[in-house]
Design a protein around this ligand. Structure first.
Ligand SMILES: Cc1ncc(COP(=O)(O)O)c(C=O)c1O
Length: 411
């Protein structure tokens, strides 16, 4: 049996997959087991911020692996690798965030944030937004506002409420005396790259403050330069001051790693034992995240991502104008770009047609195809991707696509 057949035979079938086995990656490209090359505009679901197998990440991993690989965060000792990351991240956190705890996945970080909001306020309700995505643990699914999540794994926490995204009057009505926190993405990612009014988050924050609820900003998909600034909240006008914020995905460029950030007002109420985890704050992850952060700051990657995002967005808008029968609109911010297609079937066809051209994109819910190249993508690679996308669009229009299987599930 080849590797695809083995996975099909032994894997628990939680998601649909393309019949491709990716064996190797470098920069913005990956290669499958047949030796075919793909331009990767998925970045492993928005994760490989410095591209595949970046030398700085390899170096950080091997250096730290030779020193110390595991140091339980749940007790006993301190860690210089963790301290270095905290030291370097602290000056860049949006006020009033000042305290950090590192974890292994985005869902775990959000789970901890929700748990702590309930403890710190003594309340149980969480207000979230429709079409949001915050993870796949039972707790984070309970605040993820997608139709699919609503059908699955019920019942969940009864005091939770959902309101339409970017709808302040609805938020105003939903935040009540039992609301522990509002959890919100600065740009909805899995929901289809939806950008709110720049003043939305700070208005939500004011409502939270007035009612004694906390504001949790989920920057797992948008953070670490993806939106063209270190954090997407850096672009909010007026400035937003989250009580907690979560990071993941691009933070360690491919090493499973996430962060829960808190204001000192929140952190001062935390007791030992409130949260923990055997691998949380693992020194390997800390070393890699430090290497990623160093690289991003040394090379001013945020402004580079903003500039490349403008190039990509403009090219996508041109394609959208040429294919109104397939594309409803282009939208995005920085290197978080999307095409809203006419229907779900077209997402599957276009995704497949792109693969046939050697371009990897990621579908998401609500008939959206996302383009999330690494933050180091070049203008030449963007143009190459647009040529491939243009050929794929022509093939879809001419109905020349053979459908194998399209990964329509989310991360
Ligand atoms: C905004 C947001 N929050 C949370 C998550 C969950 O992160 P993870 O898959 O690392 O658990 C995701 C994943 O796509 C996400 O986009």
């Amino acid at each position: 049996m080849n590797s695809i057949e083995i996975e099909q035979r032994y894997g628990i079938p939680f998601c649909k997959r393309q019949p491709l086995a990716i064996v190797r990656g470098a920069g913005n490209r990956v290669w499958d087991s047949e030796g075919r090359q793909y331009l990767d505009f998925s970045s492993g679901w928005g994760v490989t911020s410095l591209g595949h197998c970046h030398p700085r990440i390899q170096q950080a991993l091997t250096d730290q692996a030779a020193l110390l690989m595991q140091n339980p965060n749940s007790g006993f000792t301190y860690s210089p690798a963790r301290a270095e990351l905290m030291w370097k991240l602290a000056p860049h956190l949006p006020a009033p965030l000042s305290h950090m705890y590192f974890l292994n996945s985005g869902a775990e970080a959000n789970d901890a944030a929700i748990k702590m909001a309930r403890k710190l306020t003594g309340r149980t309700g969480i207000v979230s937004t429709l079409r949001s995505f915050h993870g796949r643990t039972l707790n984070t699914l309970s605040v993820s506002g997608s139709a699919e999540a609503a059908q699955l794994h019920k019942p969940w926490f009864p005091a939770n409420r959902f309101v339409p995204y970017d709808d302040l009057p609805a938020m105003d009505t939903a935040i009540g005396g039992q609301t522990a926190a509002v959890i919100v993405e600065p740009i909805q990612g899995e929901g289809g790259i939806r950008l709110p009014d720049p003043a939305y988050l700070s208005a939500v924050q004011k409502l939270c403050r007035a009612r004694g609820a906390l504001l949790i900003v989920d920057e797992i998909q948008t953070g670490i330069c993806r939106s063209g600034s270190l954090f997407a909240v850096d672009q909010c006008q007026p400035a937003v001051e989250p009580d907690m914020m979560t990071l993941g995905k691009g933070l360690a460029g491919g090493f499973p790693f996430a962060a829960l950030l808190m204001s000192s007002a929140c952190a001062s109420q935390v007791q030992p034992g409130d949260h923990g985890g055997t691998y949380c704050g693992n020194p390997l992850g800390c070393a890699v995240a430090t290497a990623v952060l160093d690289y991003l700051l040394e090379h001013e990657v945020a402004s580079r991502a903003a500039a490349m995002g403008t190039v990509l967005g403009n090219e996508l808008a041109k394609l959208a104008a040429g294919y109104p029968d397939i594309i409803v609109e282009q939208r995005g911010c920085g290197l978080l770009q999307a095409l809203q297609l006419q229907d779900e079937a077209l997402v599957e066809q276009l995704c497949q047609a792109c693969l046939q051209q050697g371009l990897m994109l990621i579908p998401t819910r609500n008939a959206v195809l996302r383009l999330l190249p690494s933050l180091l993508v070049s203008e030449a690679e963007i143009r190459e991707a647009m040529d491939k996308l243009s050929l794929a669009l022509a093939a879809v229009r001419a109905r020349e696509i053979t459908l194998d299987c399209c990964a329509s599930d989310i991360a």
